[in-house]
Design a protein around this ligand. Structure first.
Ligand code: AN7
Length: 355
């Protein structure tokens, strides 16, 4: 029998693992339940009978994993009577905060680094009705300001320093284990503020304690080489990478990130922008999966450290955001010289096609 599941969002599905009660008003866009897709051409580049999957979290309602955290953060803010939320963002958090806050009847203030937010993300924040302030500074500066704002004014901070964000995001690990039947051996993930890697680890540990998995994954975090504080061990005052989502020099969850690395026997590694682009094009061109550049860092990283992969390992790479978020990068870096200005007749079209 064909079966269509009535999925009503991750709070509904994983309620018993989340800090919500009967009276919490659930603000949801039915996020979560994203597909875990095999990527055989990437597995083939590693060999040794490894299996590689991508967790395509770009298929969430606003196009990124941030929806997982935002359904929790906004529901809890609403429960506490908040009238407005605030965040700093490289783009995706602002889109998710805007969508969920507006759905919950709250104002959404977002601070973004002027000129460094991908087009789709800005478009979303504007249309969802956020109050957008583009500041003449980078993400790290914006985060400092919104932290202070939330201390001095009646606005709830919904960056990943808000613990409810991580509670929601940990459900991605639950989904991975629910689909695979066990935890993977490796979890490869792009890292900016290190909220998501911390959330995944929480989720894997919680499921493991409940006996739902037999093992815990090694957590492999990847940062862009120009914004790799967790690799170098010191904050980067002027982070630079074309993967603007992870253009972050001073991760808000630094201590948590180090704890995850130590307790999972994982590591942080840097990938060059050029390596990110190779993975970005490979995912789209060989696997039909369109993610944004920052997300491709997980696959770029896996390929970079492929010699360390244990034989027969099961690996999950997290694709955190949808490719449609950043159409400019897709066009700029596609290496696809499409034919423009073609005369509209059969003869020319066939000729240009090489027939
Ligand atoms: C696509 O939106 O920080 O390590 O302000 O958008 O949890 O920070 C985005 C981060 C990875 C890094 N992939 O996650 C923001 C923001 C994508 C992202 C990350 C982000 P964290």
């Amino acid at each position: 029998m064909p079966k269509v599941q009535n999925w009503r969002g991750l709070i509904d599905n994983y309620r018993r693992y989340l800090p919500v009660s009967e009276t919490t008003p659930i603000v949801t866009l039915h996020e979560g339940n994203t597909p875990l897709i095999p990527v055989p051409t990437i597995a083939a580049q590693i060999g040794r009978q490894v299996q590689v999957f991508v967790k395509y979290d770009g298929l969430n309602p606003t196009g990124s994993f941030k929806d997982r955290g935002m359904t929790m953060a906004i529901s809890k803010a609403k429960e506490a009577g908040a009238k407005a939320v605030i965040c700093a963002s490289t783009g995706n958090t602002s889109a998710a905060a805007a969508a969920y806050a507006r759905r919950g009847g709250m104002r959404a203030f977002v601070l973004i680094p002027d000129g460094y937010v991908a087009l789709g993300k800005l478009a979303q924040a504007l249309l969802y009705g956020a109050e957008v302030l583009a500041i003449k500074g980078n993400f790290d500066r914006a985060l400092e300001i919104v932290r202070e704002m939330s201390e001095c004014y009646p606005v709830t901070l919904v960056n990943s320093v808000n613990p409810y964000r991580l509670e929601g995001q940990k459900t991605a690990a639950f989904e991975v284990v629910d689909v695979l039947g066990d935890a993977p051996d490796w979890l490869c993930i792009p890292v900016g503020n290190a909220g998501n890697i911390s959330a995944y680890w929480m989720g894997f540990c919680q499921y493991h304690q409940e006996g739902r998995s037999t093992k815990l994954p090694q957590m492999m975090g990847f940062q862009a080489a120009g914004a790799a504080p967790l690799v170098t061990g010191h904050a980067v005052s002027q982070p630079e990478t074309l993967a603007t989502a992870i253009r972050i020099g001073n991760p808000a969850n630094w201590e948590k990130a180090i704890a995850v690395q130590d307790s999972s026997q994982g590591s942080f590694n840097a990938v060059m922008d050029e390596e990110i682009l190779v993975a970005y094009r490979m995912l789209a061109g060989d696997e039909g999966i369109f993610c944004e550049p920052a997300s491709a860092a997980s696959v770029a990283g896996l390929l970079k450290v492929k010699d360390q992969v244990p034989t027969g390992a099961t690996i999950v790479c997290v694709l955190t955001g949808n490719g449609l978020k950043d159409p400019d990068s897709a066009i700029k870096f596609s290496e696809n010289n499409f034919k423009q200005g073609v005369e509209p007749n059969l003869e020319t079209v066939a000729k240009v096609m090489g027939f």
